[in-house]
Write a protein of this length. Sequence first.
Length: 133
Amino acid sequence: EQLRSLTTTTVGVSDLRAMVTGFLDFLQQAPVMSRVHVMEGRSAGPRVMARDAALADEFVDSVLRLARQAQRADPRVAVPSRPVVVAVLGGVHELVFRHFAEGSVDTVGEIEPAVTELLGRVFLPHRWATSSG
């Protein structure tokens, strides 16, 4: 829902930060399932990995669609290529994975500044450069 709201208004770093916080809060609401998905998914086998890849592709499509919509509202919003979006989302996943690997599922919100910076530098470079981020 937060992602969709970004497509109807001018997008700023605070909007991005709210979206990231919502995502991290979601992970914290079901810490055991989040940990299983993020940590154990890497060794789940080809069938599960194929399903996860298909879901990730759908998410990438959604992110690209939302970025294009946001760009119509604010032409300075960047719409990166599909491989870049895959890499960025992979980077977010890696940040979550590393945090969980330290045994810190309940404190995943601590990575919000890094996730917001990563997304901000890719999708909102014009605003990130002028923010305090």
